[in-house]
Structures are given as structure tokens and as C-alpha cells.
Design a protein around this ligand. Structure first.
Ligand code: BGP
Length: 480
């Protein structure tokens, strides 16, 4: 049966300010948390420093310099046929420390230019309000989302950008991969609780109490912001964003099946159950009891969560894992480690490639929530070779793309209300997990390297044309 995507389906790409804008200290921008992260690799975790050492390399400082290349880059996205572009706003470009009363006009003006450029090509922006980036001053003063004080500061920032861009942006996401906050490694990125910390990112220790308390603050912040948006800008569509790490039971031993169910709840369902349904799921109370979590709440918190339900559900999907109680070999993955599945192949970074899992995830999510879905990140990090005549033959990426688009077509045929797909890193950018440039996701190659060298020249890879063909036919051609 041929894959069929609905009319008006959104095709595009996804990015995050800290990973591609560069210009980290330009036009009044304040340092953001990720400006304190050095580069690493799978073997060597990213090093975090309290002070920024001019003799060290911080890859996010320059990113791929979208700040000065946005016109060229958006023209390339338009050439591929994008009708949606996911990006985030850098909070510290708008409020350099997060605590100013007045926003930084130069920062606001930059995003005006970006949105105007997108409009020129009829590309709809999808804006993440917080994508692993908060002003570092808020880490220093409040230890990130550990503190309730962040709620009003986040509200002020959101209200500022809502008012400024109300005629330019309709689709908004509150927190990127909020569910990563349920685990230590993810919480490091997601909740920025690294006050006074220096050393390898892997050395961070956080208790469940710290993680879930920080998440509670984010749920309240998200609820208030969504509610505010609905009341003041009825045209806005507000979404959540989860990192969906699908897991399968490693065996049919019922104990494995139950263990996996618990893992699916923790990793994939807990945060979206709160943000989509508007309340803490029934299973969370036992989990809190058994993990020594005592949430501190204030009157009105649960009401804010209830009144701030999202309109659509979005997620990233890269891979799947297996979970079980018997001997399970471990492999690396997105913000996590997980069991190795003997039926799947992996990328060079150990992420297991599972397009059928995407169809399965889409069905599971839609059955549970019955609201429109978007896949707002999916992609393959790989090492690319540039030939002498400046070509990049990335068949592996094309194959990954086709299989995942086919899986989405199947899910739509299954009855899932899927409305958009934005490939992660349509242009090469700095990896979040490892800080590497050589882990490339793009359809567009950027001449920028891990040692900081490079001309920033952009080149079209073979996958550029493959995606262009898929988009042009609205997913009916180019999948063979
Ligand atoms: C997601 C993040 C992105 C992105 C992507 C790929 O978890 O939302 O910011 O980076 O994963 O991960 P990585 O960059 O570690 O390869």
C-alpha cells in the first residue's frame, strides 16, 4: 500500500539555538549554560567549566554561525522544499542573565529577521522556548530548575517573545525533551542543575528528589505559559516535546515485560501524561514513594498544570532499546544507555536504528492521547567524507530517512493524526551529547571541525536531493 501523507503536511528540519547560532557573545547576548561545555566524544564526556577559559575550545560558542549565515541557510532549506523550520530562541539573547526587567532589543531584532526570512519562503516557524539553554547566571544564582524562582523568570521571557512575535509565530513548544529530566544524564541538560559544578558531565549526581522537583517547577511553568498563550493569543498552538526512547521487553518473561512497562512509564509516558492530560498519572505516586520523592507544591500548582494542557504532542525519535532482568548487553543512545537489540543495526555512535519502532511509537502515542502529533526530531549522526569535487555521498543517511518516512506513512495509514516531520539537524551542527562536529546529521554539509577550524562553507549532500524529492511529492516518491 502506497504511503500517503495528508495535504498540508509539514516537512522541514529542526535545530537548537545553542547548537548552531554561534555568536555567543554578540549583540548583548549573555552566556548560556552550554557555553560552559567543552567538546567530547562517546568515550570522553563533555567537560564543564565554571569560568570560560579562553585557552579551551567550547564548540557551542561558534556553532556553525547561523547568526551570520541565516539568509543563505534559509534559502537552502527553501530549496529543499521546507514548509516548516524548527528552531529555538536563545533565552540569554533576550534576557542576558534571565533577570533583567527589560529585554535586549538586539536579540529580539535578530529573531525578527529570521522569522521575516522564513516568511519570504512560506516556511512556518516552530519555536522551542527552551532547548537545553538557559542564561548561565540562573545556574549560578538558582541552580537552574532546582528553584521555583525560575517560574516567573521563564514566564517573563515567554510573554516577551509571545508579544513580540505574535504575528510571525503560531507553533510553540515549551521545553525540549522535558522527560530527559527524569534521569541524571538527561537532567544535566534539561534542568541545568550544575551550580558550582566543574568536571566531566558524567560525574554529575542528582537524586530522584532533585530531578522530579525540578520537573514539577517546569510543569508549572509550562502550564502557566500555555494557559497565558491560550488566553492572550487564541491563534497559538502550544505543544510539549518529549524524547521518545522506545523500549521493548528483552524477553517474553513476564517480569521483563513488567520491568519494561515501568521503564516506558518513567521515560516516555510520565511527562506527557502530565502535560497532555493535565495531571500527575496515578502510577506516579507509588513511584515517588518508592524513590523517596516528596514533591513540594504550592496552592495553585495543580490548577496551573490542569489549565495548561498542550494542543499537540511532539517528540524526538532516533532509536530504541531493550529492557530486561536477564543479562542484557548495553549500548549507547540518546541521553541514555540501553539494552542492545540483536535484530537492529546501530549508527557509529551506537544508536540502534529502528524505523518500525517509529510506527509503533506513533500508534502508541496516538492511541493514548488522541491529539495531533509531530515528529520534531529524527535523524542519523554519521561521519561524512567530502570528495575532491566537493560531493558527499551519504547513502546511509538517505536510507535512514526513507525508512523512517515510510514508517510514518504506515502510521498515518494506521489512523494516526501525524501533522509534521522535522529532521534533526538539516544542516550540520554541534552535537548536544558529545559536542562533536564530526557527528553530522545534515543534508547540508558545513566546513567546520572539532578542532575549531573550518571556513563555514555550506555544501549540498546527496541526501539534500533525496529529501527534496520526498517533499516535492508529499511523501509519495523517492522512497524506493
Ligand atoms: C536530542 C536533542 C538535540 C540533538 C539530538 C541529537 O536529544 O534534542 O538537541 O542534539 O538529540 O543528539 P546528539 O546531538 O547528542 O547526537
Amino acid at each position: 500500500m502506497a504511503v500517503k501523507f495528508p495535504e498540508g503536511f509539514y516537512w522541514g528540519g529542526a535545530t537548537a539555538a545553542n547548537q548552531f547560532e554561534g555568536a555567543w557573545d554578540v549583540d548583548g547576548r549573555g552566556p548560556s549554560v552550554d557555553d560552559h561545555f567543552m567538546g567530547g566524544s562517546v568515550e570522553k564526556p563533555r567537560e564543564i567549566t565554571i569560568d570560560i577559559d579562553p585557552n579551551k575550545l567550547y564548540p557551542n560558542h561558534d556553532g556553525i554561525d547561523f547568526y551570520h549565515h541565516y539568509k543563505e541557510d534559509i534559502a537552502l532549506f527553501a530549496e529543499m522544499g521546507f514548509n516548516m523550520f524548527r528552531m529555538s530562541i536563545s533565552w540569554s539573547r533576550i534576557f542576558p542573565t534571565g533577570m533583567e526587567d527589560e529585554p535586549n532589543e538586539a536579540g529580539l531584532a535578530f529573531y525578527d529577521k529570521v522569522f521575516d526570512e522564513l516568511k519570504k519562503y512560506n516556511i512556518e516557524p516552530l519555536v522551542t522556548l527552551s532547548h537545553y539553554e538557559m542564561p548561565y547566571a540562573l545556574v549560578e544564582k538558582y541552580n537552574g530548575w532546582a528553584s521555583r524562582e525560575l517560574i516567573p523568570l521563564f514566564e517573563k521571557y515567554c510573554q516577551t517573545v509571545f508579544e513580540r512575535y505574535k504575528d510571525k509565530v503560531t507553533y510553540w513548544l515549551t521545553f525540549n525533551e522535558i522527560n530527559c529530566g527524569t534521569s541524571e544524564m538527561g537532567a544535566l541538560f534539561e534542568t541545568s542543575m550544575i551550580q558550582g559544578f566543574e568536571g566531566p558531565a558524567s560525574a554529575i549526581t542528582l537524586t530522584p528528589q532533585q530531578c522530579y522537583q525540578a520537573l514539577h517547577h517546569q510543569f508549572v511553568a509550562s502550564g502557566r505559559v500555555v494557559r497565558y498563550a491560550h488566553e492572550h493569543y487564541p491563534q497559538f498552538k502550544m505543544g510539549n516535546m518529549d524524547c521518545f526512547i522506545l523500549s521493548y521487553a528483552a524477553t517474553c518473561d513476564p517480569v521483563d515485560v513488567w520491568t519494561n512497562e515501568c521503564e516506558m512509564r518513567r521515560m516516555n509516558w510520565f511527562c506527557s501524561d502530565v502535560q497532555v492530560r493535565g495531571y500527575y498519572p496515578s502510577y506516579s505516586w507509588r513511584y515517588f514513594e518508592e524513590h523517596d520523592v516528596k514533591l513540594q507544591m504550592e496552592p495553585g500548582d495543580l490548577e496551573d498544570i490542569k489549565k495548561g494542557k498542550v494542543d499537540f504532542y511532539t517528540f524526538s525519535y532516533y532509536m530504541s532499546n531493550i529492557v530486561g532482568t536477564h543479562d542484557v548487553e548495553q549500548t549507547a543512545g540518546n541521553m541514555t544507555f540501553g539494552g542492545k537489540n540483536p535484530y537492529l543495526e546501530s549508527t557509529d555512535w551506537g544508536w540502534q536504528i529502528d524505523p518500525t519502532g517509529l510506527r509503533y511509537a506513533l500508534n502508541q502515542i496516538y492511541d493514548r492521547y488522541q491529539i495531533p502529533l509531530m515528529v520534531v526530531e529524527n535523524g542519523m549522526g554519521a561521519k561524512d567524507e567530502v570528495t575532491e569535487d566537493e560531493k558527499i555521498h551519504d547513502d546511509y543517511r538517505i536510507s535512514y530517512l526513507k525508512k523512517h518516512v515510510t514508517a510514518m506513512g504506515e502510521a498515518i495509514h494506521d489512523g494516526v493524526d501525524l501533522i509534521g516531520y522535522t529532521w534533526w539537524g538539516p544542516i550540520d551542527l554541534v552535537s548536544a551529547g558529545t559536542g562533536e562536529m564530526r557527528k553530522r546529521y545534515g543534508f547540508i554539509y558545513v566546513d567546520k571541525h572539532d578542532d575549531g577550524t573550518g571556513t563555514y562553507k555550506r555544501l549540498r549532500k546527496d541526501s539534500f536531493y533525496a529529501y527534496q524529492k520526498i517533499i516535492k511529492s508529499n511523501g509519495t516518491a523517492g522512497l524506493e
